[in-house]
Write a protein that binds this ligand. Structure first.
Ligand code: OXD
Ligand code: MN
Length: 592
């Protein structure tokens, strides 16, 4: 076995790498340092292996395109396991495997899996370097594609080892692609051991172990035990013309526009306003000494959904991905550029995401619906200057949003923290292409964390409720729905930049600048409090988008029953009572 010199004296790390190498049997071990020179070598290696292809140097400098196996294009929730000593700890919404069984089963798959391959040792930090909020992980992987992605998504290499030192704690991540076969694909989390084992996939969410696996599944478990929160939330800062910046965290299920919202460009009407991106997918939040909730973005890049991204929907992202970006499963133009559905008019000819010729007008999608860009946050012209702040940014408002064609109004504010937790806990959303399975069916996705909570969801709600005790200045909680449709299936709200109107009301409420009108569901904007000047929406459509229909809500409450039943063992009483209170209010209204 050929080994680059381990740049560490951390014995726990050296011993663990040695034992995993013994199990997987790679020909080489490469300790990743993260330098530019090394990046050049890894890129050359990936090109040689045919894992990536260069894009046009003029159009996309430093950019590459990769294609995954057609059987490996999204997260696989049915093959994702939480391996806690008891099934109860994982809870009824997670797949569970006993730790011994999982180590045995996956151990047999890992055995000799890296023969003829290189094992890359990838040290990385989630969170700003040197921040006490940050966590260190080591991912052992046989995929050079993973290493190239981790370089963008995390603080990878030597700085991570320096932060770890000789004795530090780290997450133990082991990944092998094997033969990318869905029959031999498992993503297992061992929260008690701070360990993740992933086999048989090479798709981002399954294999970039810092992201969903560490930052959310293991992170939420650590958050519960250490008294903080790991959430599937973007973080943004809104700067007023006077220079006051207010921070908001927002949870939306996968592929519901978090990246677009995090990079929002205010419309003309909001001259002098600016939105700063702190993060687009994950927030780690702690109560600060001032009693406010402070959030960091543990990531260093964006693993964004490409389809639908355009200069209209997200100009900031389009500019971010101009250089140094890795594209996966998008279509390729004849002049070495990328294209996907929703970007604009397609060229006459493309090569589709499976390498097949594609002609304009073809009914087939040229890019996979879950195709992605991996881009450095540093490319974002609106990146918050506080993104590296070791203590994060103070959050004044939390937003929950789903993708709902009916029922859920454009915006409302919860009555209080517990009611806000109830709104988040019962969030429903139509499924998207980000996970394998049927698209477009409403499922409960509590706090957009259903696929990402590393322990029992009822306990997770209890943790949310318990956080209130520590918060002297809790953020105000809101619910939004950008996706409501009319009877003909047309979206009622223009969305994208116009969401600034809603955001402004959220800020006004969070900062106590405006009153509001009470409804059965929560507080909503009064007459003119939501600035609609210049928005392309009729009065009638606006009333439709804000409509709270008693009958629909009685059905919605019934649709929450399955979640309440599944989580009955640990569902906090407050959640049950919130639901009953809402039911009583709705029934009274329905009778009147
Ligand atoms: C993601 C997801 O990739 O949520 O962020 O699937
Ligand atoms: Mn996500």
């Amino acid at each position: 076995m050929d080994i680059t010199t381990p740049p560490t004296r951390n014995h726990a790390l050296l011993d663990w790498v040695a034992s995993m190498a013994k199990l997987c049997g790679p020909d080489h071990i490469h300790w990743v340092t993260g330098t530019d020179a090394e990046h050049g070598e890894l890129t050359a290696e990936a090109l040689k292996q045919g894992v990536i292809k260069p894009l046009s140097k003029e159009k996309r400098p430093g950019c590459y395109i990769a294609y995954s196996s057609p059987n490996d294009v999204a997260r696989v929730e049915h093959l994702t396991f939480i391996c806690t000593p008891t099934k109860e700890e994982a809870g009824p919404t997670n797949n569970w495997m006993a730790p011994d069984e999982a180590y045995k089963k996956l151990g047999a798959l890992f055995e000799g899996s890296m023969k003829g391959r290189t094992m890359y040792v990838v040290p990385y930090v989630m969170g700003p370097l040197g921040s006490p909020f940050s966590k260190i992980g080591i991912e052992l992987t046989d995929s050079v594609y993973v290493v190239l992605n981790m370089r963008i998504m995390t603080r990878m290499g030597r700085p991570a080892l320096d932060m770890l030192g000789d004795h530090g704690e780290f997450n133990h991540g082991l990944h092998s692609m094997l033969d990318v076969n869905p029959d031999r694909r498992f993503i297992c989390h061992f929260p008690q051991d701070n360990t993740i084992w992933s086999v048989g996939s090479n798709y981002g969410g399954n294999v970039l172990l810092g992201k969903k696996c560490l930052a959310l599944r293991i992170g939420s478990y650590l958050g519960k035990t250490e008294g903080w929160m790991a959430e599937h939330m973007l973080i943004l800062g809104v700067e007023s013309p006077e220079g006051q910046v207010t921070y908001v965290a927002a949870a939306f299920p996968s592929a519901c526009g978090k990246t677009n919202f995090a990079m929002l460009i205010p419309p003309k009407r909001f001259n002098g306003w600016r939105v700063w991106t702190v993060g687009d997918d994950i927030a780690w939040m702690r109560v600060g000494p001032d009693g406010r909730l402070w959030a960091i973005n543990p990531e260093a890049g964006y693993f964004g959904v490409a389809p639908g991204t355009s200069f209209y929907s997200n100009a900031t992202a389009m500019n971010t991905i101009r250089k140094d970006t890795l594209f996966t499963n998008v279509a390729l133009t004849e002049d070495g550029d990328v294209w996907w559905e929703g970007m604009g008019t397609p060229p006459e000819h493309l090569t589709d995401w499976q390498g097949r010729p594609w002609v304009k007008g073809s009914p087939e999608k040229a890019a996979h619906p879950n195709s992605r860009f991996t881009a450095p946050a540093a490319n974002n012209a609106n990146l918050s200057p506080f993104v590296e702040n070791p203590s994060g940014v103070p959050i004044s408002a939390i937003i929950f949003g789903g993708r709902r064609a009916t029922t859920v109004p454009l915006v409302l504010q919860s009555f209080n923290w517990a009611h806000g937790v109830y709104l988040g806990a019962t969030l429903g959303s139509e499924t998207t292409a980000a996970a394998v399975g049927k698209v477009g069916v409403v499922r409960r996705d509590p706090m957009a964390m259903l696929p990402f909570c590393g322990y029992d969801m009822g306990e997770y709600f209890a943790h949310w409720l318990a956080m209130q005790k520590k918060l002297v200045h809790p953020p105000k909680i809101f619910m939004v729905n950008w996706f409501r449709q009319d009877e003909n299936g047309k979206f009622l709200w223009p969305g994208y930049g116009e969401n600034m109107r809603v955001l402004k009301w959220v800020l006004d409420r969070a900062l106590g600048h405006v009153g509001a009108q009470e409804t059965v569901l929560g507080w909503v904007p009064r007459g003119t409090d939501l600035d609609l000047a210049g928005v392309d929406i009729s009065e009638e459509d606006f009333s439709k988008v804000m409509r709270i229909d008693t009958k629909e809500w009685l059905v919605e409450i019934d649709a929450q029953q399955e979640l309440f039943e599944r989580l009955a063992r640990t569902m906090p009483k407050e959640m049950v009572l919130q639901r009953e209170l809402l039911r009583a209010r709705l029934e009274r209204l329905d009778q009147d």
